[in-house]
Design a protein around this ligand. Structure first.
Ligand SMILES: C[S@@+](CC[C@H](N)C(=O)[O-])C[C@H]1O[C@@H](n2cnc3c(N)ncnc32)[C@H](O)[C@@H]1O
Length: 355
């Protein structure tokens, strides 16, 4: 048995008794595999961009068939599909034809809960380029976005309709899969007004109004975002919603429930306290604020919030928060954390009332 020479890596495979050189070789292989992980994200993005999954939906195809249908290079498309197959999104059969698996379905653009727009948003250069500068965030603090793009994150996405669509369509695609679950996961008051602050295209508000037929709702966001709202698509909520354009750092509309879904994670504590302070002042008596965001769990277990937190670090001023972080932030904003309700999604409902 070899003595631990002090160089033993913590969780390397084969850790424990054995040849130390072998342990370091395994650790090396593990880390090389980990760092190559970004290429899987790049492949997923390229597959989403060229729309290969929509063609696979018609049935299995050879790389040559799929390349002809997508206007891509057959050899390179094969190489990309071969990597996607290693994680079960497509599968190659004996004859060299690829099929879309169950796990790959959400890569299509024409299915309910398609993830395609979310993949394009989360791997967009607005996250990808700043992520490449993460070391700078460590050494200098702050984010890398403004220096690369010459303006803050949300100003960039207000520049033109095409740029805005990348973020807001992607955000809506990410939210679609969780909105109905979140609306069902909280006992809303039976009457009154729900204001969805920074509500994007209104997917969450739509689900809340659907489930609560005596509630009315206000969708509050920037004008260019409200232009893409979809509240008008559901006859059952007709006459119960309105749109309000504005800046939540200036004011928010009055209401009985203020929803803030994936808003607080975008901003630092002082910025959040400004928005939450407006909420406190605009709440009707007996009202409440519901923050729908991840609550970062303690410990080493994986949780999506731990990765998203780095996106917030590199491209925005915000961060994902723990329960203690939320309690502190709310206290700073004249609110009190009343309870946290976990949901089957990665988000929790953080309920707050005036202190
Ligand atoms: C991360 S997205 C969340 C959208 C939506 N709540 C969801 O979960 O899908 C942040 C939202 O905040 C909006 N927003 C950003 N700055 C704002 C401001 N100053 N005033 C109002 N809305 C703003 C954005 O337009 C965007 O819709």
């Amino acid at each position: 048995m070899h003595q631990n020479d002090g160089r033993q890596p913590g969780n390397a495979p084969g850790n424990g008794d054995g040849d130390p050189d072998e342990r370091y070789r395994r650790s090396n292989a593990l880390l090389v595999d980990e760092v190559l992980g970004f290429l899987f994200a790049a492949a997923l993005r390229a597959a989403a961009e060229v729309g290969v999954a929509d063609h696979l939906a018609k049935g299995p195809g050879t790389p040559a068939d799929l390349a002809a249908a997508t206007g891509t290079d057959a050899r390179n498309l094969y190489r990309l599909l071969r990597l996607l197959a290693t994680r079960g999104l497509v599968a190659e059969d004996e004859s060299g034809r690829f099929a879309l698996t169950e796990a790959g379905q959400a890569l299509r653009s024409d299915v309910p809960y398609s993830a395609r727009a979310a993949i394009l948003m989360l791997s967009d250069r607005t996250f990808w380029l700043p992520a490449g500068e993460l070391t700078r965030c460590l050494t200098e603090g702050g984010s890398a976005f403004d220096e690369i793009f010459g303006m803050p994150f949300f100003d960039h996405f207000a520049r033109d309709a095409r740029t805005a669509a990348v973020f807001h369509d992607g955000m809506a695609a990410m939210s679609d899969a969780e909105n109905a679950i979140l609306a069902a996961g909280y006992d809303f008051p039976s009457t009154g007004t729900v204001v969805d602050i920074g509500g994007g295209h209104g997917g969450l508000l739509l689900e809340v109004l659907r489930r609560n037929p005596a509630l009315s709702g206000v969708l509050y966001d920037r004008p260019h975002v409200l232009a893409g709202h979809r509240l008008g698509t559901a006859p059952e909520v007709e006459g119960r919603w309105s749109l309000t354009e504005g800046d939540f750092f200036e004011a928010v509309p009055p209401g009985d429930v203020h929803l803030l879904k994936r808003i607080t994670h975008d901003w630092d504590d002082d910025q959040c306290a400004t928005v939450l302070g407006h909420c406190r002042r605009a709440l009707h008596p007996g009202g409440r604020v519901l923050i729908l965001d991840a609550v970062v769990p303690r410990g080493n277990a994986p949780h999506q919030s731990k990765a998203l937190d780095l996106l917030m670090m590199v491209s925005l001023t915000g961060r994902e928060r723990t329960e203690e972080d939320f309690a502190e932030l709310l206290a700073k904003s004249g609110l009190r954390l009343s309870r946290i309700i976990p949901t089957p999604t990665v988000l929790s409902v953080v309920e707050a009332v005036p202190a």
